[in-house]
Ligand binder design. Structure first.
Ligand SMILES: Cc1ncc(COP(=O)(O)O)c(C=O)c1O
Length: 394
């Protein structure tokens, strides 16, 4: 009695690794988890207080399906303040996290057989949203040694009339790469020429370390059809509150609202009130968290440079490093060959008791993802253990 569409998708790879770490911990093993995909800070106090007030004041009922007008207005102000974008509330939909906005968007715009360009390495859920909406992901390579920027030749070779959309994810999960304005502008031009919808996943937009972030839509001089996806999860350490949103063409947003209204009625009313405070209240803690992430990034990259035969480009954003570990693929550990990045991650979990996420889960062999959303002393201890485990490979 299980539907065919379930066979089409993969379980969440990153959540599976986290579950394996939890199993080990339950068995008393002291595990260092560099697989984490969420900030290790608590949600700032003013936001938590706003939720308490919301409950006390009775904001505990269904809200409009696409989110309260109050929150959608706050999002418009935020988009203007931080991203220099001009939207009206009818162009905004609030969902149960950006993940929900993205999957609803795919349901709203894809017809069976439509193809969507996804750059590898990609966030694990992109291909699955597309497949769930009866579309086909078309995986395009990136130039790993050039900040994981698009491989234009590969992209050109994959253009067909079936392509209807393209996903841009900068800063990227898993690489942390932030694409430059020229790259995004070139993609916008291509999208406008071929009439592709541009889905710009900007969940990590406030976690950039080297230059101010520019939203894709802010570069859209060619008039491409862009849907901007942002989230409160990473910026405000609010992953469990489940608030994200999409901003774009009013007709697309209305189509999404029609689906969302039937699927979930509305996002959580209390979390919406807290989100208004997050977006319009004091932003000092966002900057404090960003500065801590920036310091950790520098510490992690500095340390990874000294790990023999690892190479790692400096990520401009998010909270991940994505080192190339391909030197170790093909080596042997205790008579067992490490034949993939998955086997490599598995070996590190066994020997160093540290969780890393294999690049193959993100569509790129020979790499692993290490998160620095954890204390610096902890990840440095983990990398020491990893280095020791590597010395046993031959
Ligand atoms: C690239 C990317 N997009 C979207 C999301 C989803 O975020 P949310 O918690 O808002 O659903 C994540 C979460 O890990 C992510 O890494």
């Amino acid at each position: 009695m299980i539907a065919e569409r379930v066979q089409r998708i993969q379980p969440s790879f990153t959540l599976e690794m986290t579950a394996r770490a939890a199993d080990l911990r339950n068995n008393g093993v002291d595990v260092i988890d560099l697989g984490v995909g969420e900030p290790d800070f608590n949600t700032p106090e003013n936001i938590r207080q706003a939720a308490i007030r919301a409950m006390a004041d009775g904001h505990t009922k269904y809200t409009p399906g696409r989110g309260t007008l109050e929150l959608r207005e706050a999002i418009c102000k935020k988009l203007e303040r931080d991203n220099n974008l001009d939207y009206t509330p009818d162009q905004i939909i609030v969902s149960n996290g950006a993940k929900h906005s993205l999957s609803t968007l795919c349901q709203a715009v894809l017809n069976p057989g439509d193809e969507v360009i996804v750059f590898a390495p990609y966030w694990v859920s992109f291909p699955e949203f597309i497949r769930l909406a009866d579309g086909e992901p078309v995986i395009v390579k990136t130039i790993t040694e050039d900040n994981f920027s698009p491989d234009w030749n590969d992209l050109e070779s994959k253009v067909t009339p079936k392509i209807s959309a393209i996903i841009i994810n900068s800063p990227s999960n898993p690489t942390g790469a932030v694409w430059g304005k020229e790259t995004v502008t070139k993609l916008l031009k291509l999208a406008a020429k071929h009439d592709w919808l541009v889905i710009s996943d900007e969940c990590y937009e406030r976690l950039v370390y080297d230059a101010p972030f520019t939203s894709t839509e802010a570069l859209n001089e060619v008039g491409a059809n862009v849907v901007t996806i942002q989230s409160l999860s990473k910026t405000y350490a609010m992953t469990g509150w489940r608030i994200g949103y999409a901003a774009g063409d009013a007709a697309i947003v209305s189509a999404m609202a029609k689906i969302q209204g039937q699927a979930t009625s509305c996002p959580n009313s209390i979390a919406q009130k807290a989100a208004v405070e997050a977006l319009t209240g004091d932003q000092t803690e966002v900057e404090t968290m960003r500065n801590i992430f920036a310091e950790r990034r520098d510490a992690m990259i500095h340390r990874l440079k000294t790990v023999p035969n690892f190479s790692c480009t400096k990520p401009g954003g998010a909270f991940y490093a994505f080192p190339n570990v391909s030197h170790y693929i093909g080596l042997t550990a205790h008579g067992k060959i490490i034949d993939s990045s998955f086997a490599f991650s598995d070996y590190i979990l066994d020997c160093a008791k540290m969780v890393t996420i294999a690049g193959s889960g993100f569509g790129l062999e020979g790499y692993i993802r290490l998160s620095y959303a954890t204390d610096e002393a902890i990840f440095l201890e983990g990398i020491n253990k990893l280095e020791k485990a590597l010395s046993d490979l031959n």
